[in-house]
Design a protein around this ligand. Structure first.
Ligand code: CP
Ligand code: NVA
Length: 306
């Protein structure tokens, strides 16, 4: 099955993936070699450190041969039509994991590929990231009823957090400057899910109010990959949306700080918050690898029952 949005796997599927992530982290040998004899095409149209390395290492651990592909090699939709890329890769590999600029390209690939297609970040979402983030929070507290506040740009990471948080019964507050709200369709979808899980979705522009008493504070860069031309304007527009020590102190006494990374220290987050004992950013980064193993096994129909 495909994993283009975190909601593609449903609430029970996400639970299974999160349990598997924790299990794989605790006992990696449980899944070693489970995908032996298979291969996966891993494609990047944008830069990556965590996703690229964690996917390759996870795939090798599972026994799947990763074929790493760069955007300029494949020329998605330029050198060759997307549907042709999908059908050609399909003949060689068992699964595709793609980082793309346009989410619709993932949808087109998924339409024509027989094996699973996994989203490694698009303009609409970053579902593998949010699996790792939820797994990280769960190492410290229950997701159901957890108050998480995302501060900054209503971007791909924020969209997936809305969906994943709603699916987990969390109270998700998103604080953005006007004009930088998350995707309206993703908000509607997340609210519909939250109505079934006891969670909630709140959008506001008052970051100070939004962070008060939160159990988790989350931020991401103000300028995402591909938006570099807007960087100066964004620096002005996001003034007042930085997570600093005062912000962390205004949250719950045990509040965690999360960031998908890469971070722009001094912009969306201060150095002292990044280095704070309650900053979980490197656990999050590690959990990307365990989460990807769980997602790939789930999407391939090869997740063991423990
Ligand atoms: N968080 C994340 O996806 O990082 P990379 O862009 O380095 O892969
Ligand atoms: N929102 C960021 C996330 C990077 C992991 C971007 O799209 O660049």
């Amino acid at each position: 099955m495909d994993f283009l949005r975190i909601s593609d796997v449903g609430i029970a599927g996400l639970r299974t993936i999160l349990d598997a992530t924790a299990r794989i982290k605790a006992s990696p040998s449980d899944v070693e070699g489970l995908l032996s004899g298979t291969s996966i095409g891993v494609f990047f149209e944008k830069p990556s450190t965590r996703t690229r390395v964690s996917c390759e290492v996870a795939a090798v651990h599972l026994g799947a041969h990763p074929v790493m592909l760069r955007g300029d090699e494949v020329g998605l939709g330029k050198r060759e039509a997307l549907k042709d890329v999908a059908r050609v890769l399909d003949r060689y590999v068992d699964a595709l994991a793609f980082r793309v600029f346009r989410h619709e390209h993932l949808e087109e690939l998924a339409k024509h590929a027989r094996g699973p297609v996994i989203n490694l970040l698009s303009d609409v979402g970053h579902p593998c990231q949010i699996v790792a983030d939820l797994a990280t929070i769960e190492e410290h507290m229950a997701l159901q009823g957890c108050r998480i506040t995302y501060v900054g740009d209503g971007n791909n990471v924020c969209n997936s957090l809305l969906l994943g948080g709603a699916m987990s019964g969390m109270h998700v507050t998103v604080c953005t400057p006007p004009g930088y709200e998350p995707d309206a369709e993703e908000v509607v979808a997340a609210r519909a899910i939250a109505a079934t899980t006891g969670g909630s979705i709140t959008l506001m522009s008052d970051a100070v109010a939004g962070m008060r008493d939160a159990h988790v504070l989350y931020t991401d860069v103000w300028t995402s990959m591909g938006q570099e031309a807007e960087a100066e304007q964004r620096l002005r527009d996001f003034e007042g949306f930085q997570i600093d020590l005062a912000a962390l102190s205004s949250a719950d006494a045990n509040a965690l700080f999360l960031h998908c990374l890469p971070a722009h220290r001094g912009e969306e987050v201060t150095d002292d918050v990044m280095e704070h004992p309650r900053s979980m950013v490197f656990d999050q980064a590690e959990n990307r690898m365990h989460a990807f193993s769980a997602v790939l096994l789930y999407a391939s129909g090869s997740l063991p029952t423990w």
